[in-house]
Design a protein around this ligand. Structure first.
Ligand code: ZN
Length: 265
């Protein structure tokens, strides 16, 4: 078993055995922590100027404004707290009978943890991400996993028509961009990325209401298949196959984000 894996370009991970917490017996669980360190960099206009032109990934021009220290601190704090809250403690991974017994100790159910640290030193970060501040009247800004804007840590109301088994329905929900972008940093794709030409086109965010409602669509809720980053890393820690680990919900994580569905159609 490998207790710690450091991966400069994704995230580090640590497998903590239940003995460490004095846990024994059939209900004892190990913990797999995925640990991410992000260096956020404020994008500011040059000295003496109040705004500066900036082009995002869609090549749309925005006039971005200066960050003040208080707003920047709020952004960093919310980024850290909201991404940890959403991605920590959602899943359990249960080992298949095939791999349970082994010479270096029995494999148990693993609790999936996540920690996010915002660090100042870029050389210690897994990702360095610039963040722009938009003037209040700016149009919608499309962020991506390598570029954020100040609005990404505030909930945004999305509404429209989506497909359901019974035909098109009207739906509305409040999502947080940052949950989605941190999902990409964990390695998760858009739900329909494999079925469309461009993994970033609109249709990649899901063709059904269920897909769209997920964090990796454009919604607020967790999905059980978002456990794959933990499954894949756990396979490396334990030298098993990712498919040897079956994901289930931890506690009532299945409900996470459901309160932000305003109208389910
Ligand atoms: Zn995306």
């Amino acid at each position: 078993m490998i207790p710690v894996i450091q991966d400069r370009h994704t995230f580090d991970s640590e497998l903590q055995r239940a003995e460490r917490f004095g846990m024994k017996g059939p209900d004892a669980q190990d913990i797999l922590w995925l640990r991410m360190r992000i260096c956020l960099v404020p994008v500011n206009p040059p000295k003496g100027k109040s705004s500066t032109p900036f082009w995002n990934s869609e090549n749309i021009r925005y006039d971005v404004v200066r960050w003040n220290a208080a707003d920047w601190q709020v952004f960093c704090d919310r980024y850290q707290a909201l991404s940890t809250e959403h991605w920590n403690g959602n899943f359990l991974l249960i080992p298949s009978p095939r791999i349970r017994k082994r010479p270096d100790g029995e494999l148990r159910t693993v609790f999936c943890g996540f920690t996010m640290d915002v660090v100042k030193d870029a050389s210690k970060a897994h990702h360095v991400i610039p963040v722009v501040k938009l003037p209040e009247n700016a149009p919608k800004f499309r962020s991506d996993s390598e570029l954020y804007c100040d609005r990404d840590v505030w909930r945004e109301l999305l509404e429209g028509e989506v497909q359901s088994p019974n035909g098109p329905v009207q739906a509305a929900w409040k999502r947080l961009t940052i949950h989605h972008e941190v999902g990409h940093l964990l390695g998760l794709p858009h739900p329909a990325a494999g079925r469309v030409k461009d993994p970033n086109q609109k249709e990649a965010y899901g063709s059904t209401l269920l897909e769209r409602m997920g964090t990796m669509g454009s919604g607020p809720v967790q999905k059980l298949y978002y456990a794959t980053p933990w499954q894949d890393r756990l396979a490396r820690h334990t030298q098993t196959l990712a498919s040897d680990w079956m994901p289930t919900w931890a506690g009532d994580a299945e409900k996470k984000g459901r309160e932000f569905v305003v109208k389910a159609g």
